[in-house]
Design a protein around this ligand. Structure first.
Ligand SMILES: [Zn+2]
Length: 286
């Protein structure tokens, strides 16, 4: 650790470092996470945990890249955009009986399940708030060349346990990645393998918010903390009373919207993909 207040690997504050729980998950699909610079990913952000769990994955922070290869840090390489899938959640309700992952066309219409345009070898996620992801979407026109997928998670996000709001469809970045990989590779273990450190993160978060004041007296004695104030003495815990919506990836269970009609984020304001799907970018490429 080169900083007394955050783990140099997961960048979490010490009380939320779950590096010990991270085990490599061997997915064939390559994963690229593009994180908005203002997405701090400090407490409950899961993108870096997913990245650390997936050997060969890439997490880059930035706003725009000239193309997919540059986003991967592999300038000069020829990459087939159609072999990459970008997740967004949107205006499409998956067909009855369909799995959690539905491939959709540029209008958000599910592709015929019997037709797979190209084998998917890479998965790309935008990590940030809805508006951040929208910004990134607009700044990276090459995203339009990728295949698109919509997630309809079969169970609520684990976030729900840490948050007291009924955002049943919200998925963390890690969960969205795990679920998508499990679907793409027909291997539920890929999701299950990613979850333990995330569960541990949430467990510590819930526990820490109760007892952080006491612990912070040990780790940060210079701070004068009121023992029973959950916010006292902590530089991290009190910043955000609850995980923001930024890392929530909502299910594709929104009411169908006319394709091509820009819609606001509506009740799914927190979801980059879902909102994006109903907002201008999706419609504009139809
Ligand atoms: Zn750590």
């Amino acid at each position: 650790m080169d900083h007394p207040e955050s783990c140099s690997s997961c960048l979490k504050p010490p009380w939320l470092c779950v590096c010990a729980a991270i085990k490599p998950v061997g997915a064939r699909t390559r994963v690229l996470i593009l994180q908005h610079p203002q997405e701090p990913d400090k407490e409950l952000g899961s993108a870096r945990i997913a990245h650390l769990s997936l050997p060969g994955s890439t997490l880059h922070i930035g706003l725009s890249w000239p193309n997919l290869a540059a986003a991967l840090g592999e300038g000069g390489q020829e990459l087939r955009h159609k072999e990459w899938l970008v997740l967004y959640l949107g205006s499409t309700r998956p067909a009855a009986g369909a799995g959690p992952l539905t491939l959709v066309d540029r209008r958000g219409v599910p592709l015929d399940a019997t037709v797979r345009p190209a084998p998917i070898r890479g998965l790309l996620l935008l990590d940030g708030t809805w508006s951040q992801a929208k910004t990134m979407w607009w700044r990276n026109a090459w995203l339009l060349k990728l295949q698109r997928g919509v997630l309809a998670p079969p169970r609520p996000s684990l976030y729900r346990e840490a948050r007291k709001e009924p955002r049943a469809e919200g998925l963390s970045t890690l969960e969205a990645i795990g679920l998508t990989l499990a679907e793409l590779e027909h291997d539920p273990a890929l999701l299950e393998g990613l979850l333990p450190p995330f569960r541990e993160l949430l467990r510590r978060y819930r526990q820490g918010r109760r007892s952080w004041a006491c612990r912070s007296r040990l780790s940060a004695p210079e701070r004068t903390a009121a023992p029973h104030s959950p916010n006292a003495g902590s530089r991290q815990a009190p910043r955000r009373s609850a995980p923001g919506p930024s890392r929530h990836h909502l299910a594709g269970s929104a009411a169908p919207a006319p394709s091509g009609v820009p819609r606001g984020p509506g009740p799914r304001r927190g979801d980059p993909r879902g909102s994006r799907a109903r907002s201008q970018p999706a419609g504009s490429v139809a």
